[in-house]
Design a protein around this ligand. Structure first.
Ligand code: NDP
Ligand code: 2IT
Length: 449
């Protein structure tokens, strides 16, 4: 099923699997990048001489720590915290924090590895990192979340800094969690170091558009993919998975650009609303009241809730996976293509399995992989860092225009790179090669460090 690797690259991959046992998501993310790199090594022999692939696959630093905290019953709880500082060749370690019970080293490493190339594609000076904990914020009180975040930051703070490592949010980490973490960082260091975290609230150093950026950016990428085929989002029927931060602002921008979103989901089930998703209601349920998407059906009698349903079985022209890794497999991809889906852009990180990716590429539909399509979030984090560094704050339209320009630029770069390397229209190849070359050149220039 997997694409054959160049012999030398295959040996490197086998060593990586043996050295990092049990980290399946990390293996998957690495393999997908390595599959694109044969022609790059042929064009740049110094990358092989300098062992750039071997070096780029080994994190610069990995931190694993105990996070003790007390729940509301005063019972002691222990979680495990992570920060993988993967690559700092082109800038400070930059990438989100994920709080989810499934988190272990293999997930943080896959996310950190993807982040290296995604951040390079933005053209901004940001290296790759990722962190998180196996903490489940679901069902916890605000006070429990606060105590957890304070304990997490009590250890993490010594590894961060404006010139070192700048985290942000990811699954389970949004404005509330970043607030508690920023408060604890400030208390521990006695420094109002705004640039140490991004995704901050607007009243305390945050940037307008950061909340919307990943979803909006993914839709801009989709708009560009369709434009390259002489098509547009106007009137398209869309399905979005998830109902968190990325899903919500993906739906918002799709609707603004004239598309009709008829389904979204969470890990329990799927909402189908053929009249079009009522986004104000989703925002209220998810952002304000922290409820489940199932509750949507109680407000709209013509909407259907499918407990345990599969969102990819809802026929659509445009699909935007926006929940989590490996949420769309080969069978789902065949169902989508069979139902007439013409374009997929990934708001989530690695949501499509390798078999699913192959189905999309073979069917020659427009397929935008996460490291290109969801780069708008981290790019706007870098815009937040720019504003913090100059003690400035920009308006919404000005910031959104910058995001749009960055996403349009990523589309152009990935398109042109794919073409240059003989894979016209293949954004997987374009994204992997363009991201890799930028980081590899910097690593060569910085010497053996
Ligand atoms: P949120 O926590 O806001 O929302 C996550 C959504 O995905 C929820 O609807 C959640 O459902 C669903 N989900 C999470 N885990 C699973 C799972 N194991 N199975 C099924 N559904 C699941 O996170 P975000 O919206 O921020 O992140 C979504 C995706 O986008 C992730 O892959 C993340 O890495 C990626 N991303 C996020 C960026 C950001 O700026 N936030 C930037 C770039 C990428 P439930 O509530 O039932 O768990
Ligand atoms: O996966 C991602 O790009 C993020 N979670 C956002 C990272 C960031 O630093 O804004």
């Amino acid at each position: 099923m997997a694409v054959a690797l160049d012999d030398k690259i295959e040996a490197t991959y086998r060593r990586l699997v043996a050295r990092n046992p049990g980290e399946e998501e990390f293996h998957q993310a690495v393999r997908e990048v390595l599959e694109s790199l044969g022609p790059v090594l042929a064009k740049y022999p110094q990358f092989a001489e300098q062992k750039i692939i071997e070096r780029i696959c080994e994190p610069e630093r990995q931190i694993i720590f105990r996070v003790p905290w007390q729940d509301d019953k005063c019972e002691v709880q222990i979680n495990r915290g992570f920060r993988v500082q993967f690559n700092s060749a082109i800038g400070v370690y930059k990438g989100g924090l994920r709080f989810h019970p499934s988190v272990y080293l293999g997930i943080i490493k896959f996310l950190g590895f993807e982040q290296i190339f995604k951040n390079a594609l933005t053209g901004m000076p940001i290296g790759g990192g990722k962190g998180g904990a196996d903490f489940d914020p679901k069902g916890k009180s605000d006070n429990e979340v606060m105590r957890f975040c304070q304990s997490f930051m009590t250890e993490l703070h010594r590894h961060l800094g404006e010139y070192t490592d700048v985290p942000a949010g990811d699954i389970g980490v949004g404005g509330r969690e970043l607030g508690y973490m920023f408060g604890q960082y400030k208390r521990l260091t006695n420094r109002y170091e705004s640039t140490v975290l991004t995704g901050k609230g607007i009243g305390w150093g945050g940037s307008l558009v950061r909340t919307e950026a990943t979803g909006y950016g993914a839709v801009y990428f989709m708009r560009e993919m369709l434009a390259a085929r002489g098509d547009s989002l106007d009137g398209k029927t869309c399905v979005v998975s998830g109902s968190g931060n990325v899903a919500i602002y993906t739906i918002e921008k799709l609707q603004q650009l004239g598309a009709k979103v008829i389904a979204c989901s969470d890990s329990n089930g799927v909402i189908v609303h053929n009249k079009g998703i009522d986004l104000d209601l989703v925002k209220r349920l998810k952002e304000v009241e922290r409820r489940r998407i199932a509750d949507y059906a109680g407000f709209h009698k013509d909407a259907e809730y499918l407990p345990g349903g599969n969102v990819w079985q809802v026929p659509c022209q445009v699909a935007m996976p926006s929940a989590t890794q490996n949420e769309l497999n080969g069978r789902d991809a065949r169902t989508l293509v069979g139902n007439g889906c013409i374009a997929v852009a990934e708001g989530a990180n690695m949501p499509t399995t390798p078999e699913g990716v192959k189905v999309f590429l073979d069917a020659k539909i427009a397929y935008g992989p996460g490291k290109a399509a969801n780069a708008g979030g981290v790019a706007t984090s870098a815009l937040e860092m720019q504003q913090n560094a100059s003690r400035d704050s920009w308006g919404f339209e000005y910031t959104e225009k910058k995001l749009d320009d960055i996403m349009t630029g990523i589309h152009r770069t990935t398109w042109e790179t794919a073409e240059e390397f003989g894979a016209r229209g293949n954004y997987v190849v374009g994204a992997n090669i363009a991201g890799f070359i930028r980081v590899a050149k910097a690593m060569v220039a910085l010497g053996l460090v």
